[in-house]
Each structure stands twice: as C-alpha cells, then as structure tokens.
Design a protein around this ligand. Structure first.
Ligand code: NAD
Length: 484
C-alpha cells in the first residue's frame, strides 16, 4: 500500500544546516518516508535582506499551510535586529511545548553510558520569564515579569500526560520551584495535582527543580517524563542532553495546536560549515520525531534502529563522535546509515513502540477564569528613592494621613525594611510600599488610588503599581520576607 504523501516545510538554516538537512532528507527518502519538501528560508540571509524577524512571510505561510516543519540551526547576525528567528517561529505559531527526548545512544560514550537513560523533558515553551516583559525600573534595577497562567500550565501538563501515554511511559514528574514562588511555579504544581488523577496508569510525582537537577545527575534512570516551566526546562533539558552525549546529538520538537517544528538542539557550527564534517544525528532524530508526528511509525522505527546499529558498530562515524582518529565525513556516515536500514541494534533496546499522540486542542479564544468573588484590599506602589527606609516610611505615613490607604510596610528586593526588622541594612533605590485600605471600597477605587498617587508624587518618584486583590477570599499576592 502506498503511503499518503505529507508536505513538510524544510528550513535548512545556516552554517552546517544545509549539510545536515540534505543528509536527513536522503535517509528519510531511503527509509521510504513519503514526504514532499517545501523548501523555505529563515535566519542569517533573511536578516541581512532587512527582514527584522529573520523569517519571511513566505516561510510563515508555508508552515501555516503544511502544519509541519523540519528546521536547521539559525543564526542571528550581529547588528541585525535583536529578535531571534527561532523565537519568532515559536511565538508566531504558539509552539507551546518543547519536547526533548534524552536517550542513551550506543557508542556515544559518556560518564553515564550503560545506565539506559531514556526519558523525555517536556518544557513549557512560551510563558514564564520568556514572555520577555522587562523594564528598567530605576537606572540600576531591572525587572522581568514571570507570567504563568492556569490554562498555559494545564495545556503543557495535559500534553505531557498524552505524550506519556503515546510512548507507553508510566511515570511523570512535575518539577517546579513552588516552594519559593508559590503563586507562579505553584500554579503548575496545583494544576498538576488537580489533573493527574485523570491519568490512571501514569504515576505522578512532584520534585523541586533544584533537586530534579541533582537527581538527574545522581540517578537519571529513575525518570520517565519530566514536565516543567519554561526557565526550569531550558536548564534541565540541556543538562539532561549532556548525560547522553550533549547538544550535538540532541533532537527536539516544538509543538502547538496548528503547527509543529522539529529541530536539532545544536547551533550552526560555523567552524565546520561547508567542510562535509557535520554530524546529522540530531536533525535525523528530530526527523524521527517528525515521522511519528505525521503518523509514519514504520519509517521512524526503521531510521531510529538504523541509527542505533550504525552507532553501535562505530564505522564511518563523523569526527565529533568517532573514536579518536577514525572520524569520517557526513556523506560516509549517511551511506552507512542507509545501508543499515532494516537492521535492529543488538546492544541497546530497539526503538520503542509508539502510539499516536492524542494531543488535547485548545481552540483560539480569550481564556479567563471567573472569580467567585473579588476584593481590592490594598496597593503596592514601587518607589525610586535614595532615602533611608525609616525616613521614607515616615514620609509616606505622613503623606497618606487622611487618605483611604495606610502604609503597611516597605520592602526592598522582597525584604521588609520598614517597620525595621533589624538584620541586614543593604538596600537599593527600589522600594515596594505596601498600602492597605483603611476600610473596604465601593467600586474600583480609581479616585482613591489617584489621590494616593498624588500624595506620594509630591515628594517621591513612583514607577509601578500593583493592586492587591483577593479572589474567592484568598490573597492573590504574597507577603514579603518578614511581613506580618
Ligand atoms: P554550536 O552548537 O553551533 O556549536 C558548539 C560546538 O559543537 C562547536 O564546536 C561545533 O562545531 C559543535 N557542533 C555542533 N553541532 C554539530 C554537529 N551537528 N556536528 C558536529 N559538530 C557540531 O553552538 P554555538 O557555536 O554556540 O552557536 C553557533 C551559532 O548557532 C550561533 O549563531 C547561535 O546563535 C546559533 N544557534 C542556533 C540554534 C538554533 O537555531 N536552534 C541553537 C544554538 C545556537
């Protein structure tokens, strides 16, 4: 039976990109994958042509049309805009899941060889500190907003559970820093605890991210699926890749509801570009993920097994992974891979048995959660001041006499400095003044807030406001270290 043809956008990218892309296309064709490649450009040449996103509309249209892309590494040349084309693609298509399989490869010797590491890191890919909302609040104090949403947490967690099912994995560890960031990191933990009972047969656990890093190094074989927030995932997915041979052999996918993009984790390796030395393993393993995504499980297993055979035999490997002095070029490696199609490895497990990924879909729309009740109880006003905390506190108490608010405390980088607690007195010119309402307000409190700001502005410079709200009677804000 002839396989249905799938059109896939191919972005060869920069540096060694075209070499590893051609190698990958050749192996896929030999494995019988029925793919029509829709070649598109992104990266350095596009930036140089004056397109600030690094990604022309034609390329975006191609991915939108095909829904699947295989991508080589992209460079952002110095002096051409400040946004990376990779980030443009992730954000444009809301590719919210970054999936990084981490599996021991035969013949790729690491300190962890022989321990059969076989895990997947599922990283939330668009929220968290990577929303990129940053402000200089004073000339010497920078802020980055860490945004974590309930719906964003739920969709990555449900995808991680679906992936566990598709790959017949039985354990999932959600890893957060909920012990410190109770509202943001805690959001993912809370949603994980809510939904995990819906997935019987997959054992859930929570592990604090720093311990997760530690456990990955001392006992990596305990993990099956790790799901985590964006920043945590950025770090531990690279750490995990290092356990099995590093970024040069690490594949990845970036998945959203409308599109999926598969790419090697490594960069464009400009030092070896054009020399026929590049190792295509990472892009090839990314293409294996892509084949499963489009439903060609047969070709995926065939390529994956041929790769394991080639690596375990150790002949014609590229210089970066070959035993010293035996390294060859990309072409010889590809020829060997193709010759090994149809064989199964003998020293490591063959490719796993996969089922289609039943991906939960999130229709477009504005996701909102209604509060059972909501009340404003105060206001945090961020103030730039060179005064001593005691002096600033006294001044704000005086300024707000007779207003709707009273000063509850001053914090400096999260530590209470007024009323004074003793302890370290190292402060910077960036204070959070927490004002609480003297009595509940009717309405939004716009007039009262304006009055408060006017009173503060007579003597002080403020740069940021945050309403203190309760939702369903529960505080929607945290307390400072030491705050009563
Ligand atoms: P790199 O991954 O390109 O290179 C790091 C080292 O690994 C180099 O020694 C390189 O020769 C080697 N290497 C990487 N891939 C290899 C392969 N397939 N075969 C053999 N050796 C390989 O990282 P870098 O030098 O930090 O970055 C170079 C450029 O790539 C930069 O412009 C960077 O922005 C870009 N980059 C792009 C992506 C992406 O598009 N996803 C990721 C990382 C870096």
């Amino acid at each position: 039976m002839t396989k249905p043809q799938t059109t896939v956008t191919a972005i060869a990218g920069d540096g060694i990109g075209p070499e590893v892309m051609n190698a990958t296309k050749a192996v896929l064709a030999a494995a019988g994958a029925n793919i029509a490649w829709d070649d598109a450009v992104a990266g350095a040449e596009v930036f140089r042509a004056g397109i600030a996103t690094g990604c022309p509309q034609d390329t975006l249209d191609s991915i939108a049309r095909n829904g699947v892309a295989l991508k080589g590494p992209l460079e952002t040349p110095v002096g051409y805009g400040e946004k990376s084309a990779n980030v443009t693609l992730r954000k444009y298509f809301e590719l919210y899941a970054n999936i990084r399989p981490v599996k021991e490869l035969p013949g790729v010797i690491t300190p962890f060889s022989g321990r059969n590491i076989d895990l997947v890191v599922v990283r939330e890919n668009v929220e968290d500190l990577y929303a990129g909302i940053e402000h200089m609040q004073t000339p010497g104090v920078a802020q980055c907003l860490k945004l974590i949403t309930e719906v964003g947490s739920e969709r990555i967690l449900r995808l991680a559970f679906a992936l566990a099912r598709a790959e017949k994995r039985t354990k999932i560890a959600c890893s957060t820093k909920a012990n410190i960031m109770k509202l943001t990191e805690g959001m993912m933990k809370k949603v994980f605890e809510r939904i995990s009972p819906e997935y019987p047969g997959i054992a859930p656990s929570h592990v604090i991210i720093d311990n997760c890093a530690h456990q990955l190094v001392i006992n990596p074989e305990q993990f099956d699926v790790i799901v985590t927030t964006n920043m945590n995932g950025d770090v531990i997915s690279d750490l995990a890749a290092g356990l099995v041979g590093g970024l040069g052999v690490a594949p990845s996918s970036n998945i959203g509801d409308k599109a999926a993009m598969f790419e090697a984790v490594h960069g464009s390796a400009p030092q070896i570009a054009g020399k026929g030395l590049a190792n295509p393993t990472a892009l090839l393993l990314s293409a294996v993920m892509m084949l499963r995504h489009i439903g060609d499980f047969e070709a995926a297993a065939s390529v994956e097994n041929a790769l394991y055979v080639t690596l375990e035999e150790g002949r014609d490997l590229t210089g970066d992974i070959a035993p010293r002095g035996t390294g060859g070029g990309t072409d010889a490696y590809v020829a060997r891979l193709i010759a090994n199609l149809g064989r199964k490895p003998t020293t490591v497990a063959a490719a796993r048995d996969y089922a289609p990924l039943e991906m939960p879909h999130w229709p477009p729309g504005t996701y909102a959660i209604a509060a059972a009740s909501r009340e404003m109880v105060g206001l945090d006003v961020f103030i730039e001041s060179e005064r001593e905390p005691t002096n600033l506190g006294a001044s704000l108490v005086m300024a707000t006499e007779g207003s709707a608010f009273r000063l509850n405390g001053l914090t400096n980088r999260g530590v209470q400095v007024w009323p004074p607690m003793g302890g370290n007195t190292f402060v910077v010119d960036h204070f959070c003044a927490r004002f609480l309402l003297r009595k509940p307000l009717v309405g939004e409190g716009v007039a009262e807030i304006a009055d408060l700001l006017q009173r503060i502005s007579r003597q002080h410079r403020w740069m940021h406001l945050e309403k203190l709200q309760t939702f369903g009677g529960i505080d929607g804000f945290t307390k400072a270290q030491g705050e009563g």
